[in-house]
Design a protein around this ligand. Sequence first.
Ligand code: CA
Length: 503
Amino acid sequence: MKSGIHLITICLLLMPLTLLHAAELKSTKPNIVIIFVDDMGYGDIGPFGSKLQKTPRLDLMAKEGTKFTSFYAAPVCSVSRAQLMTGCYGPRISVPGVYAPASRGGLNPAEPTIAKRLKALGYATACIGKWHIGDQPEFLPTKHGFDHYFGLPYSNDMQLAAKGTTTRVVPLMRDDKVIELLPEQEQARLVERYTDEALSFIRMNKDKPFFLYLPHTAVHWPLHPGMAFAGKSANGAYGDWVEEVDWSTGRILDTLRELNLDDTTLVVFTSDNGPAFLAGDNKQRGKGSAGPLRGWKGSSWEGGMREPMLARWPGKIPAGSSCDAVAGTIDILPTCVALAGGSVSSEPVIDGRDISPLLFGKSTKSPREAHYYNATYSSIGAFQAVRQGPWKLALDPQREGMGIKEISPDAAGNTPRLYNLDTDIGERTDVADKHPEIVAKLLDLATKKNAEIKRDRRPAGVTTNPVTLYPTESGVPSRQKNNKLKQGDIAGSEAALTHSNGL
Ligand SMILES: [Ca+2]
């Protein structure tokens, strides 16, 4: 009884301190919201020239904030998410293009992710949506610094029939548990459900700094826009789903305004890779647009990896501004950690840099010497292209995109090709012969970066005996069973196993 009273007294004494601590953190640390769309192209929203999709909320977000025109992600899903989470190029952390369900691999739990770093700085953290950096227990969001998780742990086309049924489903998870198995038509409620979860998280944490990572399942194949959006756009189910994502973003911005959080919240909106190419007989694929850029999802042409990016923070980011400097998802971690008052130590090495001077209109110069393009199909560790300023040097033959076997004659040779992206954004004219000194400089940068990453590469996480998240008719897919990865391996062999399958 006495100890009970003591406990209550201690709690009462501590409570004001806790509240004070929360208020103190709130005054100096911005909330951070990262909205990450799946497979949406450079030209798919109004601020980047789309005439097909109506995106009034994103148009307004661009007017109230900034747009980055040379912002890079990665060619495909898993590696793109790993880059955003760690601030590293995929090859440095040995993450392959895509992890399949019950893969042995995943983002190494030892990696200090953006969520772990922000959590250590006092942030409430949530991941709501598609994770896709490993579905085994040690690789889930809750092991990577997120207090909460709600969503599909991988792509919406990775459906497996649940045991005893013929219905192909995907698992919906809350934290570490599967709470529902969704047949395909249920995917039409995902944007709405994710958005509702996101708004609850924001409301629950309005009085302390929060980090919300919202990687949408939309607009990855198969396309399932919500009922209120189906059939409404001028671009089929693809356009409908983009318009639903626009609506979702509007709801988030409205809620921030309602809660008086506009001036203390950075919102970033971007995509994980370029649009998927038209393949097979379903004409809904291929409706995404990379605008003026060449190539599709899965390629190291600009269209495969350069993404639309908007950032909004009233009072800090100049309204209606635009930035052409080279930046990318690897810069989000160091930028957010700096804004939260933290610092990124020199070990373990990361590749991204703090781009807040670009965001705030204080600089127009990229803080990085160059950007390196890792390709889905090349061996892990080898970059396929490098960009510095307007110059892009392609080092290897480049495919046009996932699902396209032929390599165009102008891109097939092993001789480096040089493009000036300021005058030739569609990468059509090789000017290597005219600028041998620029070719030599970029080749030197790529060679050094490749050597440095090869030397300092860190292993991906590897587990033994992976299982599917729910009992399935087929058990563990055979390509995972045959995978010989063991602890400490880098995941190159897994990339070879997975890159030709559903992404
Ligand atoms: Ca993707």
